[in-house]
Ligand binder design. Structure first.
Ligand code: GCU
Length: 332
């Protein structure tokens, strides 16, 4: 562990010495433009990608064209877990990731992968925009991950190839792709399915070739990934609300002057507001478009799914995630 920390620190100072120019503090070289590299796994047509473009525009304007956020979509630089590691090392500056794979780095964020944590959308927003959301955004700093903002990722529901999922028993014998997250795996197990972690970018082929029988995601991701071409049943059981998050390497963050830090924070905030406005419309459009392409939308009774995961909650009793769960249930 110590060795790893020393390596990370060295990697940071090495990068600081060769980098960012007059916009960064404590940096030897003086260049006039700072490039911040941001990796993520979604398609450029996705509303979350559009929000990152908005953040880039905002920083461009605020910095008088001196800061460029260079966005690498579609897992060009790796899947989310690899991207988080690259950010920890300071090899890239930023990542946009789902909070599911983040639980391997910042354990408390496992809370988001638990099913039915939030009573409804209002409860979710009150939680993530309040002190709990702030605490979780800051929880990665010791892991060299500075949280900048959340993006709405709606709620996740099952989609499947060969038969509709109307109740937990329908998951029996089905291999369901999950994100790289232990909690997501446990959720599928508790509902009766077999979880299989696969990177998002490999999922289309995995579905097509029958490596898995189904997956789960929000409507814009189901649509922009074109998974609906293979999976013709979409069951809106809305089992989890797993936000996306933008993280910056603390190595990069500490190199930035205070005013640049402020611009970055403000641009992230502006992009989050923009994304939230876009999300509702894009969700409706995605559902209409997948239906037009022949997908059957199912609106199952959620109670049996909620019932199936009761045992899973008990596993967290007396753990920090269990305590957070109780705290969230008290958010009014
Ligand atoms: C959502 C999320 C992505 C994530 C994907 C997944 O679409 O926005 O960041 O990669 O789920 O299921 O892997």
């Amino acid at each position: 562990m110590l060795k790893r920390r020393a390596f990370l620190r060295n990697a940071g100072s090495f990068l600081a010495a060769g980098c960012a120019g007059s916009l960064a503090s404590g940096c030897a070289r003086r260049s006039s433009r700072l490039v911040l590299r941001l990796g993520h796994g979604l398609d450029v047509s996705h509303p979350v990608h559009k929000a990152m473009e908005r953040m880039a525009e905002e920083l461009d304007v605020r910095s008088d064209h001196k800061i460029e956020v260079r966005i690498y979509p579609n897992e060009q630089l790796g899947a989310e877990r690899d991207l988080i590691e690259q950010v920890q090392l300071g090899a890239i500056d930023m990542v946009k990731t789902s909070t599911s794979p983040l639980e391997g780095f910042v354990p408390l964020t496992a809370i988001f992968s638990l099913p039915y944590v939030f009573r409804d959308e209002e409860h979710y927003w009150k939680t993530i925009q309040g002190p709990i959301g702030r605490r979780l955004l800051d929880a990665g700093e010791e892991q060299y991950l500075k949280g900048l903002c959340y993006y709405d990722a709606g709620s996740r529901s099952f989609y499947s190839k060969s038969r509709p999922i109307e109740k937990p028993a329908d998951l029996q014998g089905l291999k369901i792709r999950v994100q790289n997250s232990r909690t997501s795996m446990k959720m599928i197990e508790s509902m009766g399915g077999s979880p299989t972690p696969i990177p998002f970018g490999e999922l289309y082929t995995a579905l097509e070739q029958g490596v898995v029988d189904g997956a789960e995601n929000n409507p814009p991701s189901f649509h922009t990934s074109r998974h609906y071409e293979v999976c013709k049943y979409y069951s809106l059981d809305e089992h989890s609300r797993v936000p996306d998050i933008v993280l910056m390497s603390t190595f990069t963050w500490k190199r930035l002057s205070q005013s640049v830090q402020q611009w970055v924070a403000e641009a992230a905030e502006v992009s989050a507001e923009f994304q939230r406005e876009l999300w509702g419309r894009k969700t409706t459009e995605a559902l209409e478009q997948v239906q037009a392409a022949g997908v059957r939308i199912i609106r199952p009774d959620k109670a049996p799914f909620q019932q199936a995961v009761q045992e899973l909650y008990r596993e967290y009793n007396g753990t920090p995630v269990g305590d957070l769960l109780a705290e969230i249930s008290r958010v009014k």
